[in-house]
Design a protein around this ligand. Structure first.
Ligand code: LRH
Length: 486
């Protein structure tokens, strides 16, 4: 088949990308044509998203992709971080959307709790009780009267798709992060919606990932079909993760999403107690996972150091962290690390005020060690609850380039790590488009074969912890640097 191209719009919590994916000879090649900031802005009215600005950047990127394409562009798809949404009135967007890191979510959570217990909510929707779930944000909107004039609520990728096509839907993988979707039927839980007092009229029709939604009518891609991909970025990332049976995935970027792909949700009390979440995946799969705070802690610290005039880059910090012999550990899932701000102070507070954390190299090492601890804990919980014995960890996303984190994840869990592809989300986005328009066929396993044919992965073997500790102790005794050869 002659080469054909698709365009993936992939919005991550710190940056957005427009990527041209070209399929030929059983491979897919990606070219990033545009990158821009997606960071939320602190305003007098909370942490807000300039979604009209994002749309303008997306249209710029689409124009660049159309110009760069040497093969026909046959479709476009959008994925984005979960849970955030815009409210539409009769004349368009009512206000700039809030970002989920705004503390208003705690108020919303308390309001939801007045109407439904945590246990009942979990048994209905299967989501980890985190403040930023859409349900809590909508409850806050309802109380503030912000839903009075709302005609629709659209999750961000659906909102952007509606601006391109005029069509208003809720793609199921992302809708599953609202805590308002029944994971067994894949439809809104209307009884829950009513109990919470949310107006039914604002809920759009749910569509399956992989639906050919319609034709783009606005901007440089006018005439190109739009596919509702796995619009939740993590859904696309897991499609692009070359998983085999019994593999654990870690989608590693702003968050570290640690989990397994299952056939059905687990809605038991044991699962709720472990705070594990059931997110809807492509082809009826379930991403059974936990949100670990992730490299956001480091990117926020870097931003903070920059404000103090210290210009530090993540690769430099990771290189320096490699030579740190002993660093404190802390709870990398602690809720105090969710909002933007001074991560060094917060991490110090979690680590008993340890002043060594003022050193950026120690801070970085502490984060990496603490993330590896969290991965090991989550994998043990998932294994106990599912009865599965994970054989390997597949790390995808930006964190797959963090060699120290990958090695320490292998060491702490005792599992081999396959790291890559770094661009799993854009790949997953492109693959679901390609299947929807008939360029590819088959199951997720078949699509993942295309991933494996198109990228390389790096393998890390676990080093025995006991021997590792002995070597480190010996090196410490002689004041030597226990950096290990790779
Ligand atoms: C990662 C992500 C994650 C959600 C969070 C809100 O970008 O989509 O899966 O839990 O953002």
């Amino acid at each position: 088949m002659a080469a054909q191209s698709v365009i993936a719009v992939d919005l991550g919590a710190t940056s957005g990308r427009v990527v041209l994916g070209t399929l030929a000879g059983g491979r897919i090649d990606l070219t990033e044509v545009h990158r821009f900031s997606t960071a939320a802005r602190q305003t007098d009215d909370g942490l807000r998203l300039d979604v009209a600005g994002l749309f303008a950047e997306i249209q710029t990127g689409i124009g660049l992709a159309m110009a760069a394409a040497t093969a026909p562009v046959v479709s476009l798809g959008i994925d984005c971080w979960a849970v955030d949404y815009g409210l539409l009135g009769d004349d368009g967007l009512l206000e700039q959307p809030f970002n989920y890191r705004d503390p208003r979510t705690e108020h919303g959570r308390a309001l939801v709790r007045e109407r439904i217990s945590e246990a009942e909510l979990y048994s209905r929707v299967g989501l980890q009780d985190v403040p930023f779930n859409t349900v809590n944000q909508l409850a806050d909107d309802l109380a503030a009267g912000r839903l009075d004039r709302a005609r629709r609520f659209l999750l961000l990728p659906d909102l952007l798709a509606s601006w391109l096509t005029g069509l208003e839907v809720a793609e199921r993988t992302n809708a599953s992060t609202t805590a308002l979707l029944d994971p067994l039927t894949g439809q809104w839980d209307w009884e829950l919606v009513d109990r919470l007092g949310l107006p039914r009229r604002i809920f759009p029709e749910v569509v399956e990932p992989g639906t050919l939604l319609g034709t783009i009518t606005e901007g440089p891609a006018a005439g190109v079909p739009l596919v509702a991909v796995g619009t939740h970025d993590t859904a696309s990332a897991v499609v692009g993760a070359p998983l085999a049976d019994d593999d654990v995935f870690i989608s590693s970027g702003t968050w570290s999403l640690v989990g397994m792909e299952l056939d059905a949700p687990i809605l038991t009390e044991q699962s709720r107690a472990a705070d594990l979440t059931n997110e809807g995946g492509v082809d009826g799969t379930v991403r059974y996972l936990k949100n670990v705070m992730g490299l956001w802690i480091l990117s926020e610290a870097v931003r903070h150091w920059a404000a103090e005039g210290r210009d530090l880059s993540v690769p430099e910090l990771v290189a320096a962290a490699r030579t740190v012999r002993d660093a404190p550990h802390f709870d990398a899932m602690h809720p105090s690390l969710l909002p933007p701000g001074d991560m060094v102070s917060r991490v110090k507070a979690l680590a008993g005020g340890d002043a060594r954390l003022d050193d950026p190299a120690v801070f970085t090492r502490a984060l990496i060690e603490s993330l590896a601890d969290a991965y090991a804990d989550v994998i043990a919980e998932i294994s106990a609850i599912t009865g599965r014995s994970p054989r390997r960890i597949v790390v995808v996303g930006g964190g797959s380039h963090n060699t120290l984190l990958c090695q320490r994840a292998a060491d702490r869990t005792g599992l081999p790590v396959s790291a890559g592809p770094v661009e799993a989300t854009a790949l997953g986005n492109c693959l679901i488009q390609a299947r929807a328009v008939g360029l590819l066929a088959g199951s997720l396993t078949d699509l993942r074969r295309t991933v494996m044919a198109s990228t390389t992965v790096t393998q890390y073997l676990p080093r025995p912890e006991k021997e590792l500790a002995a070597i480190t102790a010996l090196s410490n005794e002689f004041g030597a640097n226990p950096a290990f050869a790779r």
